[in-house]
Design a protein around this ligand. Sequence first.
Ligand code: PLP
Length: 423
Amino acid sequence: MTLTEKDSQYLWHPYTQHKTSQIPIAISKGEGALLWDENNKEYIDAIASWWVNPFGHSNKFIADAIYKQLTTLEHVLFGGFTHEPAIKVAEKLMEILPKNQQKIFFSDNGSTAVEVAIKVALQYFFNKGEKRTTIIAFENAFHGDTFAAMAASGISFYTQAFQGMFIDVVRIPVPVKGREQGSFDALENVIQNHNCAGFIFEPLVQGAAGMVMYEPEALAELIKICKKNNVLTIADEVMTGFGKTGKTFAMDYVDADPDMICLSKALTGGTIPMAITTFTQDIFDAFYDDDINKALFHGHTFTANPTGCAAALASIDLLQTEEMQVNINRINKSHLEFQKKIESNPKVITARTLGVIFAVEIKSDSEESYYGSMRTKLYNFFIDKGVILRPVGNIVYILPPYIMTDDQLQKVYATIEEAIEMV
Ligand SMILES: *Cc1c(COP(=O)(O)O)cnc(C)c1O
């Protein structure tokens, strides 16, 4: 039996209707921006394996750091104990996060980083004896698949089976160019009419919605409205964090600081599952009390896993090298050139770039749903050509590992151009 045959006997894949979907491709090896399947077919990983892998597959520098940690202290419980790798990650993050972030809380995936932030926003007001139970989120947001994260997410086919079972979430439109005022007004209106505890957003780029982008000035205005009304702000940087937007964090573009930040995905360079939620001192202080009931009763078994911390430290070291900054700028410049070229294609509606993120919307005759026929046609075409891209409906985006070579990048562009002609 091949790996793929054994897979279909036992495994249940994410976001997959097994009856109608194609069988998965068994990947046996990865190096740099390349992956190889069990038949040795080569693929360019143009989406950094769901946005987690900026430094390339099987990165030796991170692997060495992990091995060293594994053979020194692989894990220890974080309740009542601490260790140097966790403290070093905290110190490192304090250097690079917005200055108002003072405390960090570990978990193990993006959804739980969000779950923690939302629970903290709700308990912050509970601890202060104030009734505030509504969370504000953007339309078409994606914040993860656990319950509070799912409630905050606005992409309906992820969540429709659970409607009516969620915490209170009110949605406002994304302040895309030309429609900022509507978003500001909606936020003011929601705050007047609900007891709002927090506002969660993907800063500058909504990833799962198809790399929908909006301007830092608009986000700064929304945060200012929240601050004026004592509504806590949560920047979900799970996708945007660690260089994707061209700066270390998307919030580095924004002239207003959030109260909390959620991190995961690229945090460990795609090696070990780990997540972090960061907080202001003011938030921490609302839980700091003689009363044990005011504590944050939340934790995960693998919290602050030392091996994960070692991987995070090595990843941040790599991100901070001159070489990686040069790579990020190189890819950005290259994307902007490709954008200019492709925008004039009559089959293109629009294209956009921020940092290493590029997206193009392709015209279609019929209404395309997220998993519509154009999406399938595009996806299959890319796989056939040995390029891993996962279109969102009619939107094709690239989010390459930063170490992707120019030749590989040009091949990705050429394949997208071919695909546009094909559909
Ligand atoms: C992927 C993602 C999440 C969820 O992270 P998981 O590790 O998949 O649970 C949350 N927020 C954003 C913005 C994401 O892109």
